[in-house]
Design a binder for this molecule. Structure first.
Ligand SMILES: NC(=O)C1=CN([C@@H]2O[C@H](COP(=O)(O)OP(=O)(O)OC[C@H]3O[C@@H](n4cnc5c(N)ncnc54)[C@H](O)[C@@H]3O)[C@@H](O)[C@H]2O)[C@H](O)CC1
Ligand SMILES: [K+]
Length: 532
């Protein structure tokens, strides 16, 4: 089980292409996947009884192989199926399982639940008729992994017999709720013994409801590749599944392991190496490799950051504090002349002060305001050649074209509202949008959120794993801008500077736990830095 940090992220189509490129049979890949799953599940489950629920495609096939291997190794394992296998490989995998196969709809819970219902082949919400299609799903039905899987699954597809499973009353997903809490609202349903896929049993309990029921009763829930109900590429929860404890991603991380809201259903994501070579221009954000100052270091070699203060000096103060604690050698705040800390060089704003060619990064936007005065300060910043970090109000006063025309390294740090205002609204997924924005502005774009996506104009992307919901407090964006400024001034390449700043910011937040304020976050960057 490999931690995802630094690993490639592949879409469903890219993963299928990687599998095909091996030249190996689907069955051979499935045997490796199922064996790796069995080893991981055994480690997680100890001696508890395991229930593996298998769907009709190759995700289900992985489940049958894992069941066989677990049983061979002495584990207590039961299998429940959502209809008959549809692909040749899944049929063969099922034939290799010599134990009984229960009907999914009637299966009784076990302490360990392994969800092998659907993986990268999910094309529509669970329980939705096969004829109805959605445009939110990225994965193409029945791709190459199985030749015969474009047909509807064998088990009947039921009209949704209930509303609101897995959602709270206002329709939002059950964020931050345990599987037990998420399932608490489920209606009880009958548990009579029936055969897999019989219409009568199926009608009684829709897939989503039964999955929530089994998860609620389990002590540990493990999803194979993805929790069933999530789109693979977009971060969409087509049918909100239970919140899993662990997701075992096969071969590589997929976008929905990182993009919200899907990511929060995955729990801890671990990658299982199944010896499929994978490459991608998209990676999970990794801890940066930052040098510590050597004996010949001085303040300018550590990097000089200038920050322009504006209408709300608290914001630029936070950015300055963050730049200092992220490791900058010299931080100057232009336009705000009094206040601690003493090490911060506060000076009146002037074009002369801005012209200092030792400035390695100029941060503009935190607390800038949108007045004529703000526009004039921004104009002065753009008249220099300094590498820029553009945040907050600066993003409201500029256009992508103007940023591209500024012709020097620039890092933009928009949140969703700023992103929409600058680049326009779109239904495309966050990775696609961020990549297009970076190209349009010819700049590094850090699209902030619970799933921060960082993109470069050349198409490279880093996605930050979820850090802390407590970052949703005033001033944390200013802290990020300052931290990135420190990295840029330290002469990291702009893409690496953005990635390092995001990593330090997230790590500092994780260290602080609940209810911290942005001032504390800025201070905690020092601890994040010290941990490297
Ligand atoms: N990544 C790897 O290297 C390997 C992955 N493997 C596993 O294969 C699955 C993907 O398999 P695939 O057959 O393409 O898809 P699924 O099993 O997820 O399901 C396809 C199946 O389900 C039907 N379907 C789609 N949506 C619905 C729905 N809403 N309701 C009912 N039925 C639906 C569809 O028509 C198909 O019949 C991957 O995740 C891995 O687990 C391989 O084992 C090899 C190595
Ligand atoms: K699954």
């Amino acid at each position: 089980m490999i931690r995802p940090e630094g690993r490639p992220v592949l879409t469903a189509a890219q993963m299928r292409a990687a599998e095909e490129a091996t030249g190996e049979s689907v069955s051979a890949l499935m045997e490796r996947a199922g064996t790796a799953i069995a080893v991981a599940v055994r480690r997680l489950a100890s001696s508890s009884e395991i229930l593996i629920v298998c769907g009709p495609g190759n995700n289900g096939g992985d489940g049958y192989v894992a069941a066989r291997v677990l049983a061979e190794r002495g584990a207590k394992v039961r299998v429940a199926a959502l209809g008959d296998p549809k692909t040749d490989a899944a049929k063969a995998a099922r034939a290799g399982w010599s134990g009984p196969v229960e009907a999914f709809a009637d299966a009784a819970p076990a302490p360990i639940l392994v969800d092998a219902l659907f993986g990268t082949g999910l094309t529509r919400p669970l329980d939705e008729p096969a004829t109805k299609t959605t445009n939110t799903t990225p994965a193409k039905a029945g791709a190459q992994l199985g030749s015969a899987i474009d047909s509807p699954p064998a088990s009947p597809i039921w009209a949704p017999a209930f509303a609101g499973v897995g959602t709270v009353a206002d329709g939002r997903p059950p964020l931050n709720r345990s599987p037990a809490e998420a399932g608490a609202q489920l209606k009880p349903s009958s548990n009579s013994a029936r055969h897999p896929g019989t219409p009568a049993s199926a009608r009684e309990r829709p897939i989503v409801e039964q999955l929530h029921h089994l998860a609620t009763a389990a002590h540990l829930t493990i999803a194979i590749d993805l929790p069933s109900g999530l789109a693979t590429d977009t971060g969409a929860a087509l049918s909100p599944p239970p919140i899993f404890d662990v997701t075992l991603a096969l071969g590589a991380a997929k976008p929905s392991h990182l993009l919200q809201p899907a990511a929060r259903y995955c729990g801890e994501v671990r990658i299982l190496d199944i010896a499929i070579p994978v490459t991608s221009d998209t990676h999970v954000l990794d801890r940066p490799d930052l040098p510590t100052p050597g004996p010949d270091a001085h303040k300018y070699t550590r990097g000089m950051v200038a920050i322009i203060a504006g209408a709300m000096p608290g914001a630029s103060d936070l950015a300055a504090l963050a730049a200092m604690h992220a490791g900058a050698g010299y931080v100057t705040l232009l336009g705000d002349t009094s206040g601690p800390p003493h090490a911060l060089v506060r000076a009146p704003f002037s074009d002369h002060a801005l012209a200092n060619d030792r400035i390695g990064a100029l941060v503009v936007g935190p607390g800038l305001g949108r007045s004529d005065e703000a526009r004039s300060l921004l104009q002065s910043a753009l008249a220099t050649n300094h590498p820029l970090v553009l945040d907050g109000d600066a993003l409201r006063l500029l256009t992508p074209d103007r940023i591209a025309a500024s012709n020097r390294p620039a890092i933009l740090t928009p949140h969703a509202g700023e992103f929409d205002a600058l680049f326009g609204k779109s239904d495309a997924d966050k990775i696609t949008r961020t990549r297009a924005a970076a190209k349009a502005a010819n700049a590094i774009v850090v699209f902030k959120g619970a799933d921060t996506v960082i993109a470069a104009p050349d198409g490279r992307v880093r996605i930050a794993p979820h850090a802390s919901d407590w970052l949703s407090t005033a001033g944390t964006g200013d802290v990020l801008a300052g931290a990135i400024g420190a990295m840029l001034a330290a002469r990291l390449a702009p893409f690496d500077a953005a990635a390092a700043g995001v990593w330090l910011h997230a790590d500092a937040a994780r260290r602080l736990g609940p209810a911290f304020i942005a001032d504390e976050l800025a201070l905690a960057l020092r601890k994040a830095r010290a941990s490297l």
